[in-house]
Design a protein around this ligand. Structure first.
Ligand SMILES: [Fe+2]
Ligand SMILES: [Fe+2]
Length: 291
């Protein structure tokens, strides 16, 4: 385990996001090939899958823009980075709106559990709470989309939508770690300590959410519950393995429920590193590299 090896300064994140913005709006979905569904149930599961993605985008966009307004007072450059990040989520929301219509669905009201969750999240006021929650959401988003790319229906429009989401959410993971670091630097070590409980609670809640999403979306993405729960535990656990300074260590007990040990997490790339960020930032690269 190493500590923070190499991180990017805010100015560099700003440069990357500005470069991404130049290409972003030129990238459009190719929806020219209609999808032949195996069954109405498969189609319904696809609509549920992308509705969940839509809600995550919407919430990410709102929170990023809201806290940018507060952060403006002490770090205008970081505030601008947050706005551009929120804009990327807004762009995803637009793409998903078109995509959901293309697959014969509509944006649905949230179910009671999801609604409660987002309500609680929307009430969170502390910036570090919001950013840690976002970071963990980005991680499970990137993980789910990457797995779905392997096992969901091999249709070009579905692949394109999942590829865009996997690529961009992978970039948002180290970006949110940067927000978290900057906010904790300002708030002091006590703020970081207060987050430890939330980190464990969210890890458990997100793993439980894998069960709920299986009921609604598995017929589309074909990801079995044990695979998804293990991938969540692994990726949420790995998140901070190379970032000792942030002080989050996954619970042994929780890892054990999916057959993992802390030592299993030490291998593999550092997803929060500057190198990972640079790699994921380049929109011209194909996401298959990361599979
Ligand atoms: Fe997104
Ligand atoms: Fe994101």
């Amino acid at each position: 385990m190493g500590s923070t090896a190499h991180t990017l300064p805010t100015s560099e994140w700003l440069r990357l996001l500005e470069k991404r913005r130049e290409r972003m709006y030129g990238e459009t979905l190719d929806l020219s090939t209609p999808i032949a569904w195996k069954s109405p149930e498969e189609q319904r599961a696809a609509i549920a899958f992308f509705n969940a993605a839509f809600r995550a985008e919407e919430s990410g966009l709102r929170q990023a823009h809201e806290i940018a307004g507060d952060i403006e007072a002490w770090d205008p450059e970081l505030a601008q980075v947050l706005r551009l990040y929120g804009d990327e989520e807004g762009w995803h929301r637009e793409l998903l709106t078109k995509f959901i219509a293309f697959i014969g669905g509509e944006i649905r009201p949230m179910g009671p559990t999801t609604r409660t969750f987002y309500k609680l999240y929307a009430r969170a006021k502390r910036h570090e709470t919001i950013v840690l929650t976002n970071l963990m959401f980005e991680t499970i988003g990137a993980t789910t989309y990457r797995l779905a790319l392997r096992t969901a229906k091999p249709h070009p429009a579905i692949r394109q939508m999942l590829t865009i989401l996997t690529r961009d959410e992978s970039f948002h993971v180290p970006l949110n770690a940067h927000f978290l670091r900057r906010i904790l630097e300002r708030e002091g070590p006590a703020a970081g300590k207060r987050l430890t409980g939330l980190y464990h609670l969210l890890t458990a809640a997100l793993m439980a959410s894998a069960a709920a999403s299986r009921r609604r979306a598995k017929l589309f993405d074909n990801i079995p519950f044990p695979t998804l729960a293990r991938a969540y535990a692994e990726h949420l656990g790995k998140l901070f393995v190379h970032a000792d300074d942030l002080g989050f260590t996954p619970s042994r007990l929780l890892l054990a429920t999916v057959g993992l040990r802390r030592s299993d997490l030490a291998n593999g790339a550092d997803v929060l590193s500057a190198e990972a960020a640079e790699r994921a930032a380049d929109r011209s690269r194909v996401v298959v590299e990361a599979l």
